[in-house]
Design a protein around this ligand. Structure first.
Ligand SMILES: [Mg+2]
Length: 232
């Protein structure tokens, strides 16, 4: 039995800057002024981590940021849920077919490891009909930005939830992280997970090379390399 944990942004879909816009609007509404975003890359980072970096660059100290973060994440979530539409979302090549093929197998459990807060993760997937394969025991299975701002915490959280939600037990080498950034490829090391890189985000295959992935793919248009890798 394999646990396959997908990143969302740049891996399953992209949202055409909707997250960035919602963060800018959230910060402007909360503090009554605008913030500089240009120096902050969002790729592979959790939502709380992105807020932390923007506020830190603007001169806020860690204690202030800790104090503001819960309200900011709540406001950001409401802004995203109110504004995000399916028209804004591009599902990446082959994703519906690959997800459906893996979901049909009884030796694969699908989950998520994403920096999105859980409710936003669900909204993005649900709007394009991709949520159901990731729902187990009536909840998205995964580790989310709402669980921790530190991405390397998230695979272990997803694994705990997989053990709580199903009768299956997954050893580290049967846990796979599929993502579009070096952060994704590194984040599962703590639990012995292996990684698959897909070059559908801001990173090319060459960029993703050298980060220890078991497999690098241009996109998810063919499920065969994944199936071979998982020996399923
Ligand atoms: Mg990503």
């Amino acid at each position: 039995m394999h646990l396959v944990l997908f990143d969302i942004d740049g891996t399953l879909l992209r949202t055409d800057g909707a997250g960035r816009e919602a963060m800018m609007r959230t910060l402007a509404a909360h503090f009554g002024r605008s913030f500089g975003f240009d120096a902050v890359s969002f790729s592979g980072k959790t939502d709380p981590q992105i807020f932390r970096e923007i506020l830190s660059l603007a001169g806020h100290d860690d204690a202030e940021i800790d104090g503001e973060l819960p309200a900011l994440l709540d406001a950001y979530t409401e802004t995203m849920l109110a504004g995000l539409t399916a028209a804004r979302i591009t599902v990446l090549p082959g994703v519906p077919e690959t997800v459906a093929t893996l979901a049909r197998r009884d030796d694969v459990l699908l989950g998520l490891v994403t920096g999105n807060v859980e409710r936003v993760a669900f909204a993005k997937l649900d709007l394009v009909g991709l949520a159901a394969p990731f729902v187990h025991a009536e909840r998205l299975l995964g580790g989310f930005g709402s669980d921790s701002g530190h991405r390397p915490d998230l695979p272990g959280i997803a694994l705990e939830r997989a053990h709580a939600a199903t009768p299956h037990r997954f050893s580290g080498e049967r846990v796979w992280i599929v993502g579009d950034t070096p952060h994704d490829l590194h984040c599962g090391r703590g639990i012995g997970a292996r990684a698959v890189g897909v070059a559908t985000g801001h990173y090319t295959r060459a960029d993703l090379d050298g980060h220890g992935a078991a497999l690098l793919l241009d996109d998810l248009s063919d499920v065969t390399p994944l199936a071979l890798l998982f020996h399923i």
